[in-house]
Structures are given as C-alpha cells and as structure tokens.
Design a protein around this ligand. Structure first.
Ligand code: HEM
Length: 241
C-alpha cells in the first residue's frame, strides 16, 4: 500500500499520540505517553491545531502539526500557520514522508488563503553547539545567580539565533555580517584553529565543486551525530549529475 497523508480527526488521537511522544523525546523531554495522549486529544477535540498524519502500510509513521495564528503586518492581514511540530519515525525516514507532510502543510496554507507557513524548528543548525564551564566567581547574568562550582552550558548554537543580535536569525542569509557569531566560540577560549578551519573548508569546497558541479541530496532528512557539543551529519549521501 502506498504512503497516505491525511488530516487527523479526534478519532486519530491514539494514532498520533505515540509519534508526538517520540517527537518530544527527540527534544529531550522524558517519555510520557499519557501526557502526549492528553495533549493531542485536547488539540483535536477543540480544533486548536491541524494535524496531518502520514501512514505507511496502514501504520502511523509521521505527522506535522500546525497552529493557527494571524499575521497583522501582511499587506492584507490574514491567517498564518505556525508549523511547530514535524516528526517522521526513524524507520520510515529517507522515503519522502517528511517532504509529503511539508507539501500537505503548504497546501493547507493555500487552501485557507493564508499568508504562509512560519516554521519553528530546532535552534541547532550550527556546528558548535554547547561547551561547558565551571563557575569560578559568583556571577549574576540575566537575573540568574551562578555560584562557585556551578556547571554552566554555553549554548553557542542558540546564541547564533539570537533575534536581539541578528535580524531574521532563522533565515539562511549568506550576506549576514558575521560580527558576534559564535561559530568558533568567543572570548578567552576563542577557537585557536579558526583561520585554519576556514582555509581548509574553502579549499575543500572549491575542489569539490570543480569536480562535482551538479549534485543533489539523496535523502529527505539528514541523520545527525548524537553529540551535545558538535552538530554534524553522520552521513551525507548525494547523487551527482
Ligand atoms: C569548522 C571547524 C571548527 C569549529 C566549528 C571549531 C569550534 C570551536 C569552538 C566553538 C571553540 C570554543 C570552545 C569553548 O569555548 O570552550 C573552539 C576552541 C578551540 N579550537 Fe576549534 N573549531 C574548529 C576547528 C579547529 C581546528 C582546525 C583547530 C586546530 C587546528 C581547532 C583548535 C581549537 C582549540 C585548541 C580550541 C581551544 C581554545 C581555548 O580553549 O583556548 N579548532 N573551537
């Protein structure tokens, strides 16, 4: 049987809930099937979100959840869909389901004459994610008291998406001024190899593009290494033309 993407109704809560629970676990929340079931049941019963469910061989394998909001700054103020949750079960990945769910979400925006979709996804798309420090001197930052000996995680990845620092921080803007970017850290421990890393990357990309000018990714979703410090793909399968 082919993959099916359909809108979930209140009767589908039991099918969506385990996926929602797995999705929350991906975002480091503890497994809690009861909480997941209650949340999804409530959203669907109250018509407070739109959920599209992907099924393969009749088995629920993915979902996307959109919340209705409005855009007041569009030329004609109207509906905007907040695409908050998207999940495909690991065993069903790389088969076009993520793409089908996104296409369905996009169609919802068209059908409802919405301004568009606003994507809220993991704030993780930078290589250096987190480094740790031990507090040596009592400090207070943003109302948070830190005592000597406390362990602190510096969330560089999140800092690179700071909307107070960078306008449109979630947009891939190749012309963005890099001042203040934390990709190589900051302050005393700023990366010693930053110049070398930049040079090596520039040479490698140049050589690669000379030999492989045309290529596309072979998978819908990239698998990432599980590391709390660095974010990097575990594999990047692509097809050359
Ligand atoms: C794209 C590649 C690289 C990235 C994204 C990167 C990122 C970083 C980051 C974020 C830090 C700060 C860690 C902290 O604050 O605790 C750091 C530190 C450091 N990096 Fe890199 N790095 C890269 C390549 C390199 C290379 C090629 C070298 C060596 C040749 C290198 C050597 C170091 C060293 C020695 C430190 C520690 C500096 C210190 O604590 O004083 N890095 N790097």
């Amino acid at each position: 049987m082919a993959d099916v993407v359909r809108r979930a109704g209140p009767a589908d809560a039991e099918r969506v809930a385990p996926l929602f629970d797995a999705y929350r676990q991906f975002y480091a929340q503890p497994a809690d099937p009861a909480l997941a079931r209650a949340f999804i049941t409530e959203r669907l019963a109250r018509d407070e979100s739109v959920i599209f469910l992907a099924e393969r061989e009749g088995r629920a394998v993915g979902f996307v959840q959109l919340y209705p909001v409005f855009s007041s700054t569009a030329p004609r103020p109207r509906r905007l869909w907040l695409l908050n949750d998207l999940f495909v079960a690991p065993e069903a990945r790389a088969g076009g389901i993520g793409r089908a769910l996104l296409a369905r979400a996009r169609r919802l925006a068209e059908e409802t004459d919405a301004v568009g979709l606003e994507l809220v996804t993991a704030v993780t798309n930078t290589s250096a994610q987190r480094f740790k420090r031990t507090v040596m001197r009592e400090t207070e930052l943003h109302g948070q008291r830190m005592r000597v000996g406390d362990k602190v995680a510096l969330a560089f990845g999140s800092g690179n998406r700071d909307w107070r620092k960078f306008p449109n921080p979630d947009v891939y803007d190749i012309a963005r001024r890099l001042q203040g970017h934390l990709g190589f850290g900051a302050g005393k421990h700023f990366c010693l190899g930053s110049q070398m890393a930049r040079l090596v990357t520039a040479i490698a990309m140049k050589r690669f593009l000379e030999r492989v000018p045309e290529y596309h990714l072979e998978v819908d979703e990239i698998a990432w290494n599980s590391s709390s410090n660095f974010r990097s793909p575990s594999a990047l399968p692509f097809v050359t033309h």
